[in-house]
Design a protein around this ligand. Structure first.
Ligand SMILES: [Zn+2]
Length: 353
């Protein structure tokens, strides 16, 4: 138990026996005054701040943070506001901080965490077409053919990174479609062709050359007659194709070395921004609201996070099995990137007895 200095002096007129403590209380007590039985502190932002204690502190925090005219501000801002309203207690700033951190409304509407929760783990395939990744793009605007809304992307890991491929495909589709978003299915082959015939900085080669061993002739070279189109002869071309195939193994080796260096460089950059988030079994968490679970009637005012859920299992590299506290386990694991620790209201720390 710790007592306010002025309270001790004015209410009991007895100083502590410890000379150092007594001197400290005398020094600090100059900022306090008792008026009509109430203890006040002389503040800087407000002349007199009533010293409050016990349950009253929690009620004041609740009223100032989430009352009728309040706006769910952060801990420091909340503490300053309490002081300006004319209230004071010694651990006001610490209590205001934990109060805002455990406010359910603040947690549900919290901004996304941009920093990655785990170190990047690169996958390198030993040879072309040995490892594949599958991912889904969509939902997109309903296609004019058959009402298609999604595309499945199969990616060869030897030279591509799934996420990067998805981004490039979506970006190119947007640029090519302009206003006719529904015709994305028709444009998809063109987008893939453009992607496969563009030199990637990670390997220094086009995906077409990595797969077939030779450089592709693009339509522009035929339309505007490039040098090699002008000098084309069937017999010479067959010889060149065979020579290219002989050279292919070495080209792939060089590309792999270059790709590995590129991945390491990217990983160094990515890992420098990591803010590790790990969860234990039984931890309470919130999950990022997805397009499937979003409350569409709330529009842009909808919560960003849903839950709380409870951690039921750790499945691997930053993925967790979660369940409703009194419900069944959700079948799909949840990535730490889309998971936020949920803080429940803590017991206030009473310093007056
Ligand atoms: Zn709040």
């Amino acid at each position: 138990m710790e007592l306010m200095p002025t309270q001790t002096i004015n209410l009991t007129n007895i100083l502590l026996e410890d000379a150092v403590e007594a001197r400290r209380i005398k020094y600090r007590s100059t900022r306090y005054i008792v008026l009509i039985g109430e203890l006040y502190r002389r503040g800087f932002s407000k002349v007199l701040q009533r010293c409050v204690a016990g349950e009253e502190t929690n009620k004041i925090l609740k009223d100032v943070h989430s009352g009728v005219c309040e706006n769910h501000t952060g801990g420091k801002s909340l503490a300053h506001k309490v002081l300006r309203q004319g209230f004071y207690w010694p651990i006001l700033f610490a209590e205001a901080q934990w109060f805002t951190e455990s406010c359910e409304s603040c947690q549900r509407t919290a901004n996304d965490i941009r920093q990655p929760p785990k170190l990047l783990r690169s996958l390198t395939s030993p040879w072309p077409f040995a490892m594949w990744g599958l991912d889904l793009i969509g939902p997109m605007s309903t296609g004019t053919k058959g009402g298609t809304k999604h595309a499945i992307v199969a990616v060869d890991y030897f030279s591509k990174w799934t996420e990067a491929v998805n981004k490039v495909i979506k970006h190119t589709l947007k640029a090519k479609l302009e206003a006719k978003k529904g015709s994305w299915v028709d444009k998809l082959p063109e987008v893939l062709w453009a992607y496969r015939t563009t030199v990637r900085s990670s390997t220094g080669e086009t995906h077409f050359a990595m797969a077939f061993g030779t450089k592709v002739v693009i339509p522009a070279e035929i339309t505007f007659t490039s040098h090699r189109v002008q000098l084309y002869s069937l017999e010479h071309n067959v010889n060149m194709l065979q020579q290219n195939l002989d050279e292919l193994e070495e080209v792939r080796d060089v590309a792999q070395v270059r790709n590995t260096a590129y991945q390491q460089k990217a990983a160094r950059y990515y890992n420098s921004h990591v803010r590790e988030r790990r969860f234990q079994l039984k931890d309470l968490v919130l999950r990022r609201v997805s397009s499937n679970t979003k409350d569409k009637s709330a529009g842009s005012l909808a919560d960003k996070w849903e839950g709380p859920y409870i951690i039921k299992g750790v499945t691997g590299h930053g993925a967790y099995m979660i369940a409703r506290p009194k419900g069944s386990v959700i079948p799909r694991p949840c990535n730490a990137q889309y998971t936020l620790r949920f803080s429940t209201p803590k017991e206030p720390i009473h310093i007056f007895c």
